[in-house]
Design a protein around this ligand. Structure first.
Ligand code: NAD
Ligand code: DAU
Length: 337
């Protein structure tokens, strides 16, 4: 049986990944290391917490001795690093923790991977490391890194460290860079779940700037299958973009959500823009498609419908999330709107 250390496995994408592996791969032990920050929620994995092939460990990726102990104890042969501070707005109001987890934490994992001779280190990165696009073109793996926010600067730093450990010590790595994910279990601070939650409560929908910023949407399950494909098939040292070929302006996404929920467009409220807001992201994912045969399984319309239906069917999950620190965070970001 193979044994993988998944970090950040109680977060949005990490928990979808753990769920997928435990449901679809019988021959894999998942050691799930998560600090349970505001974004980590074990409810995401309720039915899997005591699963035979799953060991949840409440801890920090910055804790080197803990990481080394887990590698030894469970004979870990690969690390998939999802753990991060992931929200751009929070990185603008408080960047320090982004450096601690995203940079120093990744460094700690890399040192353990090097010293324990881990077979593969997968760094889950983001298209935001490439910076912003104008109206034309797409990011390829050869696009120079040019991050604009404290969040993306921390992720780009981590990517450089991963490559440096490969170059200097031969740590076998892959980096995946994906576009905006959406789907079940996403914390309602990000665009799609925030708009669904507000619309369900007939609250205003805060649109930054003119609402014409473009993101390239990827259904979270499709991101997970891509990361698994990289882990299983990719040669070491390769970087892969992952995207769903679904470029949409924010307003278009918001109007689709309102239409499906039967809510009026008058809920839209234009608010102050995000400082340094990247205008457009678009991913060229042809490398992973051509070389590893991966492709997304759903269109944006199908994925969005599934996502909205999931939130409608999981109102208790949403209420639990919304009632905690999220409320306080919401007040500081949006006041009483
Ligand atoms: P998330 O914020 O939902 O989850 C992050 C998880 O990491 C949480 O469970 C949190 O408790 C855990 N964590 C944070 N700091 C930790 C630490 N020091 N030690 C251990 N665990 C810690 O994030 P997400 O949206 O699921 O993103 C997962 C990864 O994918 C991140 O690396 C992010 O940069 C990357 N990514 C996300 C998106 C997206 O659209 N959400 C897109 C591209 C890349
Ligand atoms: O591109 C990948 C990145 O996508 C990931 O690396 C990040 O972890 C993830 O958070 C996401 O970053 P974005 O900044 O693109 O996602 P967010 O959901 O915060 O915002 C999406 C767009 O919606 C962006 O143009 C800002 C806008 N927006 C967002 C919020 C929360 C609004 O207009 N109003 C809002 O309230």
């Amino acid at each position: 049986m193979r044994s993988i250390l998944v970090t950040g496995g109680a977060g949005f994408i990490g928990s979808n990944f753990v769920r997928m592996v435990l449901s679809e791969e019988t021959d894999c032990l998942v050691v799930n290391l998560d600090k349970l920050t505001y974004a980590g929620n074990l409810e995401n994995l309720a039915e899997f917490v005591s699963y035979d092939n799953h060991r949840f460990v409440h801890g920090d990726i910055c804790d080197g001795p803990l990481v080394e102990r887990l590698i030894d104890e469970y004979r870990v042969d690969a690390i998939v690093n999802f753990a991060a501070e992931s929200h751009v707005d929070r990185s603008i109001t408080g960047p320090k923790v982004f450096i601690e987890t995203n940079v120093a934490g990744t460094l700690t994992l890399l040192e353990a991977a090097r010293d324990k001779h881990i077979g593969r280190f997968i760094q889950v990165s983001t298209d935001e490391v490439y910076g912003a696009l104008g109206p034309e073109g797409k990011f390829t793996e050869k696009t120079p890194l040019s991050p604009n926010s404290p969040y993306s600067a921390s992720k780009a730093s981590a990517d450089h460290l991963v490559c440096a450990f490969g170059h200097t010590w031969g740590v076998p790595y892959n980096i995946t860079r994906c576009s905006n994910n959406y789907g079940p279990y996403q914390f309602p601070e990000k665009l799609i779940p925030l708009m669904i939650n507000n619309a369900l409560q007939d609250r205003d929908l805060p649109v930054y700037g003119d609402g014409l910023y473009v993101r390239d949407w990827l259904y979270v399950y499709d991101h997970c299958t891509a990361v698994w494909r990289v882990l299983e098939q990719a040669p070491a040292g390769e970087i892969y973009n992952i995207g769903g070929c679904n470029e949409k302006a924010n307003l278009e996404v918001i109007k689709l959500i309102l239409a499906r929920l039967g809510k009026p467009e008058t809920l839209v409220r234009y608010v102050k823009d995000r400082p340094g807001h990247d205008r457009r992201y678009a991913i060229d994912a042809s490398k992973i498609m051509d070389e590893l045969g991966w492709k997304p399984s759903v269109t944006f319309e199908e994925g969005l419908a599934r996502t909205i239906d999931w939130y409608l069917g999981n109102t208790k999950w949403l209420a639990n999330v919304v009632s905690g620190d999220y409320q306080k965070y919401y007040e500081t970001m949006y006041g009483s709107r």
